[in-house]
Write a protein that binds this ligand. Sequence first.
Ligand SMILES: [Zn+2]
Length: 336
Amino acid sequence: MKVIGHKNQIFYFEKVIKEDNFLSAYIFSGQEGVGKLEILKFVLMKYVCASKRGCGECNMCRRFKKITIPDINFILPDKISENLSELYEKGEWSIDNLRTDYFSREMVIGINTIRKIEGELATRPIELKRKFYIFLDADLMNREAQNAFLKILEEPPKFVTYFLITPYPDSLHITIRSRCIEIPFFSLKFEEFKEYFKYTKNIYFLYRFSKGSIGIAKKIIESKLEEEYGNLLRELARNKESEYFVYRKLDREYLKDKIFLLGFFIKEITELKMGRDKILKDHPFRNEIEFLNKRIDPYTLDLLYDKYYKILEGYKRNIPSFTLLYLFDSLRFGVP
Ligand SMILES: [Zn+2]
């Protein structure tokens, strides 16, 4: 298993493994796709490995990868864990298929999941020295679930360790947070990022576009979001009514992409206004962005930002999609 960056976090857990002194609860925080789950997988595989190296070949490593060690429990959103048998059948139940981006999919970890964990706390670990409960999207716990979790966190058996992975630690109850050790994950440095994507062109652009997150960068490549960004810039540059912002589907994922692109566009223009021409270096849409930068004065940039902020807030507060699309729609007369 290859991991990039996050040397301090790895160093810390290597020491923990050596001395076998896991604490009862950790929060892994940091933006989506930054490598929180990757590092945890790397650390836990070392812990279970017969040689303590995380060889990937020994019986324990192989079972870890297939998620068949009973003391290692991954806590998924209710909807997903209800259909685990489907994942088994499709052969998709493995460590490599775990994801941590259910947040946008309106999923929940409810109280029954926490009660189930509570019921298991009386029994000691079966194979390992401790039991692990790993919440892949801890922020999905609803209020009831968080209250119940807080109770079991108050009197943790010595042999239990929780890992709460989340890009949104603020959505966890303050008392939960105070009982956990928070391990923050920061965006990768450009050098580290480059090491991973050796053969990709426009690598500096991709680094900025994904905020230094390998997970997001992979998604950008898969979903061709870069091309979509080009479309957005070309439409904005056309200075007349276009079809780009006319909504095609009332889908939250679709909206999320649009908001992401608009936010990145505003960031780029702001950077150029501040004289950071370095961003043009390997920019795939250099002509368009330079043209738009000339046309947008600081006042217009303000208006754009205002609109972006309204859309973003509306999205977070679950305002109906068509209202947000109406706001987007008003952009289609070119940049104001
Ligand atoms: Zn091994």
